[in-house]
Design a binder for this molecule. Structure first.
Ligand code: B12
Length: 254
């Protein structure tokens, strides 16, 4: 009987045995190298609230600014989750778990940040009717509060009439709206029209995943904004007297 050495066969036919990578292994490739940021990103990916808080504390104790950790670490973790979800590698329950861990982390960063005691002005923030995606709105709210604004946060899935009532009651310097879905963002137009019917002409800053500048440009009070960090900058410009036209000039992409 002929003796066959299996490894010779593999060499001869150049067989490459491929192993499918797990979501954790794929994510590891995407984690940042910074030794303080990496554990936060990893904990958000794993959806482990306790580890998120522990890792945030380590970074804060080492001198990192709690508010910049929202963008640099918590958002970075959620971006990896979003990417793998869109590629079909993760599923909705994974996203929910990570979103909760991220939300806890945002709250913790908010508590750890030095928030200004005096208010510069009021802002009303909300997520449109039918939409429960509230992570971006939470970031906008925290950054505005950290920059000295009194934010009336109406929450998510807010009816247009509730928004109008809050604006009438609070007289904010600006209205901040978030929509993450192409089906829900039309609420912005409805709110714009209701504000005009009530003769209210405040800047209505609109953002969130689904929203595009062309769309926001199509209604009178709209100012498009992609980055939460621009919200306090816009509010500061409004306090200096900038008009909606000025704000579009300054913050829209040309
Ligand atoms: C997390 C998530 C969820 C979580 C939400 C948890 C939560 N509490 O928010 C859960 C799992 C619950 C969820 C549910 C659903 N989701 Co979802 N979800 C996502 C996901 C993966 C990430 C969204 C997110 O949080 N991004 C991070 C935040 C920080 O981004 P952001 O809100 O855009 O905010 C940033 C900027 O836009 C800006 N910003 C936001 N608002 C404002 C406002 C102002 C004034 C300014 C200046 C800036 C600003 O600031 C932020 C940072 O700079 C996206 C995919 C994606 N890649 O976006 C899908 C996605 C948004 N979901 C989607 C869908 C379809 C759903 C469901 C219908 C799924 C289902 N079949 O049930 C439900 C919707 C339920 C509902 N009625 O709302 C779709 C929407 C498709 C579309 N274009 O219409 C997406 C795009 C996924 C996809 N590709 O299909 N989802």
């Amino acid at each position: 009987m002929i003796k066959v050495n299996p490894s010779d066969i593999l060499v001869r036919y150049n067989v490459k045995i491929e192993k499918e990578l797990s979501p954790e292994e794929i994510a590891k490739e995407l984690y940042p190298q910074d030794i303080l940021i990496r554990p936060i990103v990893e904990a958000v990916f794993e959806g482990d609230e306790d580890n998120v808080i522990d890792a945030l504390d380590k970074a804060i104790n080492a001198g990192r600014d709690p508010l910049s950790l929202i963008d640099d670490a918590l958002m970075a973790g959620m971006s990896i989750v979003s990417k793998l979800y869109e590629e079909g590698i993760l599923f909705l329950p994974d996203v929910v778990i990570s979103a909760h861990a991220m939300t806890d982390g945002i709250e913790h960063c908010k508590q750890m940040a030095d928030v200004f005691p005096e208010f510069k002005g009021k802002v009303v923030s909300f997520v449109v009717e039918g939409d429960i995606h509230d992570i971006g709105k939470k970031i906008v709210t925290i950054l505005l509060r950290a920059n000295g604004y009194d934010v009336i946060d109406l929450g998510s899935d807010v009816l247009a009439t509730e928004v109008i009532n809050a604006v009438k009651k609070e007289s904010p310097v600006m209205l901040s709206g978030t929509a993450l879905m192409t089906t829900t963002m039309y609420s912005f137009k409805e709110i714009n029209n209701m504000l005009l019917e009530n003769n209210i002409h405040i800047p209505f800053v609109c953002g969130g995943g689904a929203v595009k500048q062309d769309f926001v440009d199509s209604y009178e009070l709209g100012i498009y904004c992609e980055d939460a960090a621009d919200a306090p900058k816009i509010a500061d410009e409004i306090l200096k007297g900038a008009s909606i036209k000025d704000l579009r000039e300054k913050f829209h992409r040309h």
